[in-house]
Design a protein around this ligand. Structure first.
Ligand SMILES: [Mg+2]
Length: 161
């Protein structure tokens, strides 16, 4: 349940070609540490990347667990895509909402994000294609750092290292 289907350094490394090869017609994007860093600075070339997906008719929806609506809105407006905030990943509620917006079958949707216990777990529970990216910036809080440590341990286990 915690094993990502694919892993990339950053979201902009994921090409439309790769998605199409895996029968993906739509993507659900995490925001914090996937599209923007903890200082809310967007990842380089993020708009260009979103456009490259749209050019290939791949639909995009943002699903962020953040409760900060204006922060999520700003990113969604920048990419010109629909969004859900407070999406409660790994619960199915928010991802179901995103699916309704995207109008695609679960197996044709990729969920992309930087966290195993929210993004990957949520996607796998929904039987969506889970893609794990590396967090853009380091954690600022002790709890965040601890979470990352636990994730690393799980990833190593999954990869059998
Ligand atoms: Mg995140």
């Amino acid at each position: 349940m915690l094993k990502p289907k694919a892993q990339f350094d950053k979201v902009t490394d994921i090409t439309a070609k790769f998605l199409k090869q895996n029968n993906i017609n739509a993507v659900i994007l995490d925001v914090d540490n996937t599209l923007i860093d903890l200082d809310r600075k967007p990842l380089k070339n993020i708009e260009k990347w979103a456009d490259s997906l749209k050019d290939e008719k791949i639909k995009i929806c943002i699903a962020s667990n953040s409760i900060k609506k204006e922060k999520v809105t700003k990113v969604a407006e920048k990419l010109d895509v629909p969004f859900i905030y407070f999406s409660t990943k790994p619960l199915k509620r928010g991802l179901k909402k995103a699916k309704n917006i995207l109008q695609e079958k679960n197996e044709n949707i990729a969920e992309i994000g930087d966290q195993l216990f929210t993004d990957v777990l949520g996607a796998n529970r929904m039987k969506m294609f889970s893609i794990l990216t590396k967090p853009i910036s380091g954690e600022k809080t002790k709890l965040g750092a601890l979470k990352r440590k636990i994730e690393k341990i799980y990833l190593k286990k999954i990869e059998g290292k």
